[in-house]
Design a protein around this ligand. Structure first.
Ligand code: UD1
Ligand code: CA
Length: 459
């Protein structure tokens, strides 16, 4: 028998008050729905269908063919959202796990546990429940005198008595696939909200003497539902703590870990030190001995052994061994820095590569260029890569010394062992071994200054 999944993500998420639909909203720079799908793909589920509606193109573009799409044109409630999957799943033999797209902390173990419990018990419907000290917003589990589930009542429909119940519906259900679709057809619209509640299948299936059971989860954080930006922050904190704890146990030293944010897809080796207020996200890799932070952001970048980065931004870049970056450097858009480099104070590197041993210690812009080994960029040197219409490249050889305050006007090629005098504006290629001086000659006018009017003391 096959296992199918239905994941509901058609809602706008009105309570979020964001442009993006709720289930596409990122947590640690990764959309919520991707967390669920990663776990679905690791679980016993054979095929997943995603219910989309509001801004569905965002999901289709993001997830491509990872899932089947069922479209819910109007969001008429969770029951209606399942109903629109009938064309895809209606005639399938097997069982279906239904999940909400707004539970990013769910993991594949929870999914597998629910499926195997459902099978072992021979249930027709299994509701995954949990208990919360403050269950506001969740549907409550109503049990009869024998302790069996009778119904799920939404928070807003609960009596004062029912509001005291701490056991809630997590929004995960395992159900016999064919019986699901016959039950879903019988859901009536909820008068108060004007929606079809999926939770009504509990009573519907019980009335037909089908076997309805529950399984209670103890780690209730894993099934928390996201409803607004405050709950996003709770989920984010949970994920951050979990990721940081795993890393610290593997030998990553974090100073003030509660100020450090590491994304889900980041790899950090043992022996790395991370200082406060540091964000590392995307598929970044940090190799052993590196010291990162404080106040540093790294996104989708590879940082090799023993690199030091302080107070800097590094996006889509790679930094070779033993290089020192910062303070206040900005590397972006395919910067590929060699080993033993220095990318210092207020230096920006964009779409450029440098060879080993190259240095730009202060105030430089290196854009659209390729630089050799042991090059020294003096303070204030700039690759002038943009003519107002197009970007041009600068190619610099090995062992080049670029004096302070130099403009290298691209397109330009500088040979090996070149020396460029400070203050030059270089517009023509410089051959190997040459000294280039491109500035006005200094004139000293003898005794000229001595007759100038001196500023008064009281100025
Ligand atoms: C739902 C449950 C509640 C449970 C809680 C757990 C119902 C009626 N209520 O409430 O019992 O305790 O989750 O977090 O099911 N969606 C659609 N189409 C729609 C409506 C919603 O696809 O027409 C999707 C949303 O995109 C969202 C998910 O279903 O991902 C849940 O919707 P939401 O409105 O957040 O339900 P809750 O009020 O949290
Ligand atoms: Ca919710």
């Amino acid at each position: 028998m096959k296992n199918y999944a239905i994941i509901l993500a058609a809602g706008k998420g009105t309570r979020m008050k964001t442009e993006l639909p709720k289930c596409a909203f990122p947590i640690l720079k990764k959309p919520m729905i991707e967390y669920i799908l990663d776990n679905v793909e690791q679980s016993a589920i054979d095929e997943a269908t995603l219910v989309v509606g509001h801004k569905k193109e965002i999901f289709e573009e993001m997830l491509k063919d990872r899932v089947n799409y069922a479209v819910q044109k109007q969001q008429k409630g969770t029951g209606h959202a399942v109903k629109v999957c009938e064309d895809i799943l209606g005639d399938k033999e097997g069982q279906t796990i239904i999940m909400l797209g707004d539970m990013p902390l769910v993991d594949y173990k929870v999914i597998n546990k629910a499926i195997s419990y459902h099978q072992d018990r021979g249930n027709d419907l299994t509701i995954v429940t949990t208990k919360y000290e403050h269950p506001k917003g969740y549907g409550r589990i109503i049990r009869n005198e024998y302790g069996n589930i009778e119904a799920i009542v939404e928070h807003r429909d609960c009596s004062t008595e029912q509001k005291r119940i701490k056991e809630v519906n997590t929004g995960i259900y395992v159900v016999n696939n064919k019986k699901l679709f016959s039950a879903v057809k019988k859901i009536k619209v909820n008068k108060r909200k004007g929606e079809f509640y999926l939770t009504d299948i509990v009573q519907i299936m019980k009335d037909e003497d089908l076997i309805v059971g529950t399984i209670e989860l103890w780690d209730s954080e894993k099934v928390m539902g996201i409803n607004d930006l405050y709950t996003v922050s709770i989920a984010e904190r949970y994920l951050r703590d979990k990721i940081n704890k795993d890393l610290m146990e593997k030998g990553v030293y974090m100073i003030s870990p509660n100020t450090i944010t590491i994304g889900h897809d980041v790899t950090i080796e043992q022996g790395v030190t991370i200082y406060p207020n540091t964000y590392i996200t995307g598929a970044s890799v940090i190799k052993s001995g590196a010291k990162i932070g404080p106040n540093t952001e790294i996104h989708t970048s590879i940082i090799h052994q023993n690199v030091k980065i302080k107070h800097s931004l590094v996006y889509d870049s790679e930094i070779g061994k033993n290089t020192v970056v910062g303070p206040f450097a900005h590397l972006r858009n395919g910067a590929s820095i060699g080993e033993n480099n220095r990318v210092g104070n207020f230096v920006e590197v964009k779409n450029s590569s440098t060879g080993d041993g190259t240095k730009a210690a202060h105030l430089a812009y290196i854009g659209d260029s390729q630089t050799g080994k042991n090059v020294n960029f003096g303070c204030g040197s700039i690759t002038v890569n943009y003519d107002g219409i197009k970007k041009h490249r600068t190619i610099i050889g090995d062992d080049v010394f670029i004096g302070c305050n130099t403009n290298l006007v691209a397109p330009l090629e500088i040979g090996d062992n070149v020396f460029i005098a400070a203050g030059s504006t270089v517009t023509r290629n410089v051959p190997k071994g040459a000294l280039a001086i491109a500035r006005n000659r200094q004139i000293n006018k003898r005794d000229y200054a001595k007759n100038l009017i001196k500023p008064k003391d009281d100025n």
